[in-house]
Design a protein around this ligand. Structure first.
Ligand code: IMP
Ligand code: MG
Length: 176
C-alpha cells in the first residue's frame, strides 16, 4: 500500500500515551457512574476501541452514523443521520467520542440532536482538535491533541474512505 503520507504529526507511541491518559481522566470523572460512549462512525472507531481498553469504570458503547454531505475535504454542516443509536440515552451520562473537530458544524448538530433526548449529562471527547478552522463554538471536554490546519489521515481518519488503518496521524501528501 502506497499511502500518500506527508509529515507524521503524531506518532503511534504519542497516541498510545495520550489515549491512556484520557482513559484514566474519564474514569476518574465518571467514578461510580456508567457512561454511554457514543461513537461517531466511522472515523472514531479506532480511537474508541483503544480508549475503552484504558477505562477503569463500567460503561456502554453505542454508535451513530452521520453523513455531513462533505465534498472530499470540506464539511458543509448539513448532517443526515444514516444510523441512529440503539440505546435510549434519556437520563444517561453521555460522552460523544469523535475523531476530529474541524469546523465544528457536524458535532454542533449532533450535540443538539442528543441534547434533545434529555441525557443526564453530555460531554465531548475528541482525539484531534483543528481549532484554527472552527466556525461554531463547540465545548470540548476532553481533547487528545490540538493540530494545525492541515488535512490528516490515519488512526481512523480517512481520505476518500482510505488510510484509516495507518497507526499514526499524518498530513495527507499533496499530489506532486
Ligand atoms: P467538521 O464538521 O468540519 O468539524 O468535520 C466533520 C468531519 O470531517 C470529521 O468528523 C471528520 O470525519 C472529517 N474531517 C475533518 N477534518 C478531517 C481531516 O483532516 N482528515 C480526515 N477527516 C476530517
Ligand atoms: Mg468524524
Amino acid at each position: 500500500m502506497d499511502a500518500p503520507v506527508g509529515e507524521i504529526l503524531i506518532t503511534e507511541e504519542k497516541i498510545r500515551e495520550r489515549v491512556a491518559q484520557l482513559g484514566k481522566e474519564i474514569s476518574r470523572d465518571y467514578k461510580g457512574k456508567i457512561p454511554v460512549l457514543v461513537n461517531i462512525l466511522k472515523g472514531g472507531i479506532i480511537f474508541l476501541s483503544d480508549l475503552v481498553r484504558e477505562m477503569e469504570v463500567l460503561h456502554e458503547i453505542d454508535f451513530m452514523s452521520v453523513s455531513s454531505y462533505n465534498s472530499q475535504t470540506e464539511s458543509t454542516g448539513v448532517v443526515r443521520i444514516l444510523a441512529d443509536l440503539s440505546i435510549n440515552i434519556e437520563g444517561r451520562d453521555v460522552i460523544i467520542v469523535e475523531d476530529i473537530v474541524d469546523s465544528g458544524l457536524t458535532l454542533d448538530y449532533i450535540r443538539h440532536i442528543l441534547q434533545a433526548r434529555r441525557p443526564k449529562s453530555l460531554r465531548i471527547c475528541t482525539l484531534l482538535d483543528k481549532r484554527a478552522r472552527r466556525e461554531v463554538a463547540v465545548p470540548l471536554d476532553y481533547v487528545g491533541f490540538e493540530i494545525p490546519d492541515a488535512f490528516v489521515i490515519g488512526y481512523g481518519l480517512d481520505y476518500v474512505q482510505k488510510y484509516r488503518n495507518l497507526p499514526y496521524v499524518a498530513v495527507l501528501k499533496a499530489n506532486d
